[in-house]
Design a protein around this ligand. Structure first.
Ligand code: C5P
Length: 231
């Protein structure tokens, strides 16, 4: 039986960084589902498809090959995961500001989500996984062995996002970063299809005052405790 860790949380709560390290420590597969929605946005933009045109979007995503894999030695350039779109490495192209703004628009389409959720469930069927996103704890992996809702205060998340953008050479003001983050949170939590939410059984990990290492340790300890009970 595979072991599934499901993590949901808003922008810059630390989900990706922590999930990837947890996966590394435990030897699990790390799956960044946001990267799949970002790829759908990239596809729409490259093919001049209106972000509201669900039918065309679904068709395009269906006929495209989206692959996620652990970065190889030659790909170690700060990325957490490698994304291949029809064989092309688009790992950094999906991280632009424009894609971050457009992805929540694409991600609100029910049919598109069905296609991507199915892919995510297939990936998680045979491997031990740490999967993170917005709907993992209740939609993609409702029977996960461990469910986590990762969060942090708005200001701290905006500060992290701002630093991240600056490190990538983006000259966005803190105020603009903060407003964009709130806007993205609003779309993700208020959309009618699979919104970001905390399920009752989820363990809350508030990373506002935690180091990355402390958050990873907390989750690792919880996994080991669950595994002991299951033995
Ligand atoms: O996790 P990340 O910030 O890269 O996700 C980008 C966007 O993809 C989110 O703002 C959200 O709109 C969408 N998303 C989603 N469901 C997921 C993962 C991401 O709707 N499981």
């Amino acid at each position: 039986m595979s072991f599934q860790i499901a993590i949901d949380g808003p922008v810059a709560a630390g989900c990706s960084t922590v999930a990837r390290l947890v996966a590394e420590r435990l030897g699990f597969l790390y799956i960044d589902t946001g990267a799949m929605y970002r790829t759908a946005a990239l596809l729409a933009m490259r093919n001049n498809i209106n972000l509201e045109d669900e039918v065309q979007l679904v068709e395009l995503v269906r006929k495209s090959k989206i692959e996620l894999r652990k970065p190889t030695i030659g790909e170690k350039d700060g990325r957490l995961i490698t994304i291949l779109l029809n064989g092309e490495d688009t790992s950094w192209q999906i991280r632009t500001d424009e894609i971050s703004r457009n992805t929540p628009v694409v991600a609100k389409h029910r049919k598109l989500r069905e296609v991507l959720v199915e892919k995510q469930q297939q990936i998680a069927a045979h491997d031990d996984v740490v999967m993170e996103g917005r709907d993992i704890t209740y939609k993609v992996l409702p029977d996960a062995d461990l469910k986590i809702f990762m969060t942090a205060s708005d200001v701290i998340r905006a500060k992290r996002r701002h630093m991240q953008m600056q490190s990538r050479g983006k000259d966005l003001s803190f105020e603009d970063t903060y407003q964009e983050l709130l806007k993205r949170d609003k779309i993700d939590t208020e959309r009618s299809v699979d919104p970001l939410k905390k399920v009752d059984e989820a363990m809350v990990v508030d990373t506002s005052d935690l180091t990355i290492n402390q958050a990873v340790n907390m989750i690792e300890a919880q996994v080991r405790a669950i595994k002991e009970i299951k033995l």
